[in-house]
Design a protein around this ligand. Structure first.
Ligand code: SF4
Ligand code: SF4
Length: 291
């Protein structure tokens, strides 16, 4: 049994997710052990990116979510985002760590209701908003954030002078309003390379999936769960449709079906979408802009 659990966790990389979630959430030791002991019984999601927009004011060449390369950008309404999130939560126990993200999430004027729901939901552990720090939220959003448990996670990119001023202004505002924030040093990224079909063999795909730093950066985007930002982009923009690697949350209305679907989603040995990433994962300077 223990060996099976270890294999399951190794395969789904959930050790790392649980450890990350534990660092920043209210997951105690006994809950961690319970989850570890029952990996195929518990229906929980370790970490989730909640996409609320594909708009961004930066154009990072190697954006892990390919945001600058979307032909059509969209803000998602809080009504739609929360409908999907609540639907998912109605069939699972908990999401241990949830990031409200985009694109640049503060560009979406409808973020307030998302913050409010997430802050109040008992089924969500750690919650943050991942921002590039160059967009000042509206006063009403700041008011909603003040006193909430939502953390502002500012990516510390090399920015131009004007953007740096904006970021410093944001930090000043967050300090003055006593909103919890941090600066995340981002000197280097792992490059996923040009998007094309590299045609790897199965063994190599397995290796790729296990080696990728983005694996299990699971995204809830417009009603569907994707394993990572690149697979989401491939599906939506390149029409590369591996339906067996995606979970359409909106089509499931039964706890057991959702449980089975989530287990299947996390247990895949490799992703066919990894064919569309370069295997080198070379280290490149973070946030280099497209000119
Ligand atoms: S700021 Fe973030 S979302 Fe925007 S392009 Fe850069 S990496 Fe992508
Ligand atoms: S498709 Fe595979 S290699 Fe590319 S980012 Fe996603 S998990 Fe990583």
């Amino acid at each position: 049994m223990l060996l099976e659990n270890i294999k399951c966790y190794k395969k789904t990389n959930r050790y790392r997710c649980i450890i990350n979630a534990k660092k920043s959430s209210d997951l105690n030791l006994w809950q961690s052990i319970a989850i570890f002991w029952n990996p195929m019984k518990m229906v929980d999601i370790p970490t989730l990116d909640l996409d609320i927009t594909t708009f961004c004011n930066l154009r990072c060449e190697a954006c892990g979510k390919n945001i600058p390369y979307y032909k059509k950008h969209e803000h998602y309404s809080s009504k739609m985002v929360l409908h999907d999130l609540k639907h998912l939560l109605s069939y699972i126990n908990k999401i241990y760590s949830l990031s409200i993200i985009g694109g640049e999430p503060f560009l979406n004027n409808d973020i307030e209701a998302v913050i409010e729901f997430c802050d109040q939901s008992q089924q969500l552990g750690y919650i943050d908003i991942v921002t590039n720090g160059t967009v000042i939220p509206k006063d009403s959003v700041l008011k909603r954030l003040k006193g909430s448990r939502v953390h502002i996670n500012i990516s510390e990119y090399q920015l131009n002078a004007q953007q740096q001023v904006q970021r410093e202004r944001l930090i000043q505002i967050l300090q003055n309003t006593d909103i919890d924030y941090s600066f995340k040093p981002q000197e280097y990224w792992k490059n996923l390379g040009i998007l094309k079909n590299y045609n790897y063999n199965f063994n190599f795909l397995r290796w790729m999936y296990n080696a990728c730093p983005m694996r299990n950066c699971v995204v809830l985007h417009n009603g569907k769960l994707y394993h990572c930002g690149r697979s989401c982009f491939c599906y939506l923009e390149k029409n590369i449709r591996y339906e067996d690697e995606i979970l359409d949350v909106r089509t499931i209305y039964n706890k057991n079906d959702m449980k089975r679907a989530i287990k299947k989603f996390y247990s895949i040995p490799y992703l066919k979408y990894c064919n569309y990433c370069a295997a080198s994962f070379e280290r490149i300077p973070a946030a280099v802009q497209i000119h």
